[in-house]
Design a protein around this ligand. Sequence first.
Ligand SMILES: Nc1ncnc2c1ncn2[C@@H]1O[C@H](COP(=O)(O)OP(=O)(O)O)[C@@H](O)[C@H]1O
Ligand SMILES: [Mg+2]
Length: 270
Amino acid sequence: MSENILIELKGLTKRYGYGDTESFALHDFDLTIKRGEFIMIMGPSGCGKTTLLNIIGLLDRSTYGEYYLNGENVAGISSRRQSKLRAKKIGFIFQNFNLIEGLPVIENVALPLVYTGYGHTRRLKTASTILKRFHMNTREYYYPYQLSGGQQQRVAIARAIVGNPEIILADEPTGNLDSRSSHTVMEILKSIHEEGNTIIMVTHNPSLIPYATRVIRMLDGHIDTDIKTVADNQLPQPIEERASHRNKKKPDVTLPKKPNKKRKKNRRKK
Ligand SMILES: Nc1ncnc2c1ncn2[C@@H]1O[C@H](COP(=O)(O)OP(=O)(O)O)[C@@H](O)[C@H]1O
Ligand SMILES: [Mg+2]
């Protein structure tokens, strides 16, 4: 099943400083990731989780080592090519949402599509379709500050997946959310995973482990434990094999019900 390997890291090392100040955020790090995995990365603060995610996401480079993405060693490629690959293949979700405050929701979501060459209207239409799926369509022209944390993170997820990337990287995406919003975000990530995307997520929250197919615990820049909770042959079908279905409408995500009387009343009227 080697054709199913998406990412391979070999001897990856990230060093900061020299001599007396030398320290290693990652040390001789090996990891193989298959398509369709949902990996949770855990471990104490400072153990290298964000460094790992940033290198996988081509936002940062290792000091030594090899990084194969779809079989190509991307560790030494030019920054320009890294940016192109990143735009095409990788979607990011951050703890602090990282939305652009001066842009309305729909423009935030449409932003990654600038690289596709789509015209402005088509970019907005695509963004709108994704927002609808996450029940954010009534807030398309709100600004980020007008939204709750959970809503901002839904917008950020929409932005991460708008370009149909194969890999979703999430650095503590529920770290700033209450448990209800965390649940919503996890249900969205679950639905994205079930479509065949590969997700690598950093979290401190052990209650989210059931969403993962593999749990990696890191310690001081290396892997401490690595446990697969779902067998490889049970992983969702990789995205390429379903290429012909990709343009079909995706189902709306079912959000957990909110005990809201007003809503119930409205529903009865219909
Ligand atoms: N820009 C930097 N300069 C120097 N040291 C850094 C830098 N970024 C991260 N580090 C160090 O690398 C280690 C790993 O950091 P990080 O990947 O952010 O850990 P985590 O996300 O697990 O909390 C830490 O010891 C941190 O202090
Ligand atoms: Mg971190």
